[in-house]
Design a protein around this ligand. Structure first.
Ligand SMILES: Cc1ncc(COP(=O)(O)O)c(C=O)c1O
Length: 363
């Protein structure tokens, strides 16, 4: 018997629950559980990853200069030295928490926030604290009311996953201005591309407005590179300096870096993905509402029908699964009567909608 024990806060923490895969299914599976791009990656990104595959015996450029400059150029950011890249935005959440919060500190997020904020706070020994939401949105006052002298980081996904709701820009600015100086404000723009370039630029502007804000982004959603694990953040120079101390020197793999450069330059692919999402999100919202499933307005690439009770949502989840359709149960987010459904390809969306029409007609 050995006596190897994890740190006490690690011993009690709960792991992240991913969207999952359908195993042992006959026929094509419809995967609408993880907010992936139904078009897949940009063909230019696949080609770029292929073109470096023969060189994977060589370490990547530890500065990721070309990648950071491509991101800066595509997103209108003047200073690429304040862009950091990472193995998915999950790594950004972890690294920022590692830098700024530990035992005795609090990490704040909203009641139904993306669950990695809690996982990361717990993993670093900080206390996760939630601000209450009304109608699945936490207002500025509710968030400020949950700030204490121990709060070190406020994570806010805007739009949020899994609710699809968001605060208007004016509220983000009000929040940013009112936060006490010891709180780092991290705005998670994982779904910001679905709102368009003006909104994306406005998030970058938030970082420039004050020294207390980091904006983080991912290549996993609209850019369709989830499996490559690539995220980026735009931050004040001082925080970028701290980041450089603790990140792994090669934290982004060379295939991801090459694919990311090509993906972020492919404006046509981005626009096509955004339009498809807006069209189908509206259509799915209407048709699910017509089934009585009460879908709130979503600003992201998923919708959130309400089945009226946890039991009916669980039955719908299983009914869909039995037909090879995987959507996300979100009881773990405190929303057990709802299911989160990614906007997929036209064919997959139709399959989902007809399956749910059959479900709602029978129970
Ligand atoms: C709001 C939000 N932030 C961050 C992530 C993490 O993305 P990734 O680690 O794939 O970049 C997700 C993924 O679902 C998300 O919904």
């Amino acid at each position: 018997m050995n006596e190897i024990k994890p740190l006490p806060h690690i011993a009690v923490m709960k792991p992240y629950v991913p969207g999952g895969k359908l195993h042992g299914q006959s026929g094509p599976a419809v995967m609408l559980a993880s907010n992936e791009n139904p078009f897949g990656p940009s063909p230019a990104a696949i080609e770029a990853a292929r073109s470096v595959a023969g060189d994977v015996h060589i370490y990547p450029d530890p500065d990721y200069r070309e990648l950071r400059e491509a991101i800066a150029a595509a997103k209108g950011i003047a200073d690429a030295s304040r862009i950091a890249t990472a193995a998915g935005s999950d790594e950004i959440i972890h690294l920022l928490t590692q830098c700024y919060a530990g035992p005795g500190d609090e990490v704040l997020f909203t009641e139904h926030a993306f669950s990695m904020y809690r996982v990361s706070a717990s993993a670093h020994g900080a206390a996760p604290v939630t601000a209450p939401e009304t109608d699945m949105t936490a207002g500025v006052n509710a968030i400020l009311g949950a700030v204490t002298p121990r709060t070190k980081i406020l994570f806010l996904a805007n739009p949020n996953n899994p609710t699809g709701t968001m605060l208007p820009l004016e509220d983000l600015k009000a929040l940013q201005d009112a936060l006490p100086p010891h709180v780092l404000f991290v705005v998670d723009g994982a779904y910001s591309e679905y709102l368009g370039p003006d909104y994306e630029a406005a998030l970058s502007d938030l970082v420039d407005r004050r020294g207390n804000t980091v904006m983080m982004r991912t290549f996993s959603k609209i850019y369709g590179l989830a499996a490559l694990r690539l995220g980026w953040a735009y931050m004040p120079a001082e925080i970028a300096g701290i980041w450089q101390r603790i990140r792994g020197p090669f934290n982004v793999n060379a295939l991801a870096a090459a694919a990311g450069i090509a993906a972020i330059r492919d404006d046509a692919f981005l626009a096509r993905s955004r339009e498809h999402n807006a069209d189908w999100r509206a259509l799915m919202t209407d048709r699910l509402n017509a089934m009585g499933l009460n879908v709130p307005v979503s600003h992201a690439n998923f919708v959130l029908p309400d089945f009226g009770s946890p039991g009916r949502a669980a039955a719908a989840h299983q009914f869909l699964k039995d037909q090879g359709i995987l959507v996300r149960a979100i009881g773990g987010y405190g929303l057990p009567s709802k299911l989160r459904i990614t906007v997929g390809s036209a064919g997959d969306n139709e399959r989902l909608l007809s399956a749910l029409a059959a479900f709602t007609a029978s129970r």
